[in-house]
Every structure is written in structure tokens, then in C-alpha cells.
Design a protein around this ligand. Sequence first.
Ligand code: ADP
Ligand code: ASP
Ligand code: MG
Length: 404
Amino acid sequence: MLMVHKFGGTSLADTQKICNAAARVVETKRQGNSVLVVVSAMDDTTDKLIKLAGEITDVPSTREMDVLLSTGEQVSAALLAMAISDFGEQAVSLTGSQVGIATDDCHGDARITRINPTRLHKELEAGHIPVVTGFQGISDTGAITTLGRGGSDTTAVALAAAVHADLCEIFTDVEGIYTTDPWMVPEARKLESISYDEMLVLASLGAGVLQPQSVKFAKKHNIKLHVRSSFTHKPGTIVQGAEPVQKGVSISGIAYDLNVANLLLYVFPNDMLIYNKIFDSLVAHGITADIITHSTTRNNINGVSIVITKDNLQKALRALQGLEEVSLNENFFYNENVAKVSIVGSGHLADSQVMGKVFQAITEVGSNVQMISTTEIWMSCIVDVDKVKDIVRIIHNKLQLGHG
Ligand code: ADP
Ligand code: ASP
Ligand code: MG
């Protein structure tokens, strides 16, 4: 079989863990498989590099940020290749550009446009183990790009598609995909399998175990994923095809996202055209809104709430304060102490008892629902960030997700 093994940052956090990862790769190879390895940067290297740049400037060039951040994966690739060689197998570390990963030029959040797997095929045919730096590619103008946080997952799946791998194994610090983050809720239950569609919704709503883009690639190219622990040999969770359609309401899990902020604007009815300016200005600053709700209060004032990524908050403040109609703390407020909790499943979540249980949980912890948004397959609430852990745990409990 041709296998892709991807190791995340915690699985490569120190040299001992790098040697453990190497041992697993060598074990797979010696079972008669070809192995292609993709690595993340060691531990929290990427965060540290971002912090370093912040000590130099508030507005670093996005091009230079990508050059900086891509170095983290080079360190772990070289060290892992050395460790594999030490076990007596031939490994070669390669960067994104060396393995022909072409991307668009959207620095910091680039999309893979094509892959030329010639070099990888050559190495694999020679019996070598390529160890590829995840998270990075090269644009048509020759600049190093990065694929957004968690992007090594996408590198792994995209390369698995490019070389027609039989299986892509994502080695991480949990034993698989759970009904919710198992570090947050110890009663969370490991799923044996999950469909691409459900996983994509969970990942897009904050379940950081897989980058959403990687699940899209897996679905498009029908790549079977196995998410499992680097530290045990227990089977993890298979992500593949479609789940059988279930009757009634079925819940696959709860996701939470701490990287959100809420903007609140009050406008008189005859000023509603200002919405146009607001959204134009946000878009011009590269900010997309997540949840938008609009309501009219009893005294006839319109309120619009816009949820955005917290990383974009400063940009959004600049965008809105540039508008003469918007005045901070008069008709415009923001709140960064919020989080988004989402229940993912199918079968009219809003019509069911799920909604009631969510409200019960939020009331029990003494929090408030600041916004709510539902579709047939997910339901998201904006709540106080300091209550998120309790809210997720209580909803998980009330919906009996730990019981299977
Ligand atoms: P890696 O460094 O291996 O890429 P990540 O931190 O990106 O690891 O992803 C693994 C983390 O995802 C887990 O440690 C866990 O905190 C988080 N996580 C969030 N939701 C889930 C979930 N439903 N199932 C498993 N892990 C989850
Ligand atoms: N090192 C990158 C990050 O921390 C990519 C990854 O880990 O997948 O986001
Ligand atoms: Mg990750």
C-alpha cells in the first residue's frame, strides 16, 4: 500500500517524540508499504514565530510572514528525516515548492492550485521516504505561501490525492474524532467513522482536529482518512463517504470556536442604507461576516450583529471607524469575549428538543445567548467565552452524546 502519514505539532514537540514518529514511519515501511510523510512545525513553533514578528512590527508584510512561518516545518522535516535515516531507512526532507505544490498568491491563506508529483514519484520509486514540510507552497510569482492555520492537514490530503495513496493517516494528540473536544469534555465519545460532509461541518465550525480545506480535498478525491493518536496503536476514526441517511434528529457532535468577535450596530429605520456601506467597507478590508442577525427593537431602532473572526477585529474596527455614520460606543459596540458553540447533526435541529436543551444549558451556567443561527444540519450560538467549557459539557451531557 502507499500510505501518507501526517504528524502534527504536538506529535513532534521534542526530539524524543520525533524519534517516536520516525519509529512509526519505519514500522509502516517495514510492513511492506511505501510511505510519504508530511509534518507540521514542532509544538507551538508557529505561534512563537508569529509573536516574534509582532515584536518587530504591528503590520508585517504578508509575504515575509509566510517566509518566516514556513521555516517551522523545515526544522521538523529535517529532524524527522535524520531520525528515520538513523533507523536505517532512506529519508529525504523536501519543501512544498520542491514537491511541486503550486498555490494562489493569497499569503497566509493560500489555496493549492495544482501539484506536480514527479519528484515524489521518483523518491518513492527509489524506495525512499519523502518527508515533506506541510502548510506551504509556492505561488506562480515564485513566492513562498502558507495554507492557513492547521494547513499541514491539507498538504497531507492533497499529496495523498496527487500520488494516489491508499490511505492518509493523520497522527495527532487525541485518539480520533470525538463527539466534542475530548480535552474539554472527558466524557466525549470517540467515533468509529464519520462522513466527509459531517466532518466538514464540524471542522468549519471550529473542531480544529482537521483543517476544513483538507476535508474538502478528501471528499473531492475520495481519499480515506484515518485520524489517530501518535502515542498509541489504537484504531482512530475513519473519515470517508456518506453516512446512511438517518430518520429523525441525529447529532454527530459539538464544536466550539474561540476565534470569534461580535460587532453590534444600531441604526434608525430611515438610515438602513448605511448597511450597504458597512458591508462594502468590511469586504474591502478582506473581512467576511460569519453570522449576521438583524432585529428591530420596540422603539423602532434597528440592530445588526455581525460575527467575525477575532483575528480580523482590529481590521474591522479600522474599516468601520472610517465611516462617518459609525461612532464607537454611541451606535457601534464590539465584544471580543465571546465564543461560538455549534451543534452539528441532521434532521431539523431547530424543530427538535435540541434547541430547548441548549437554552437550558446556557441558563444553568448563568450565561446569555447573544445570537443564534440554525440550519437543518447545524445550530450555532454566540455565548460568553468564559462559560463556553461548561456550556459545551452540559449540552453534551443533556444530549447524551457520550452514550452512543
Ligand atoms: P495537530 O498538532 O496534531 O495538528 P491539532 O491541535 O491541530 O493537532 O488538532 C488536534 C486537537 O483538536 C485536539 O487536541 C483537540 O483539542 C482538538 N479537537 C477539537 N474538536 C475535536 C474533536 N471533535 N475530536 C477530536 N479532537 C478535537
Ligand atoms: N504549523 C502550522 C500551524 O501551526 C500548520 C499546522 O500545524 O498544520 O498552523
Ligand atoms: Mg492541526
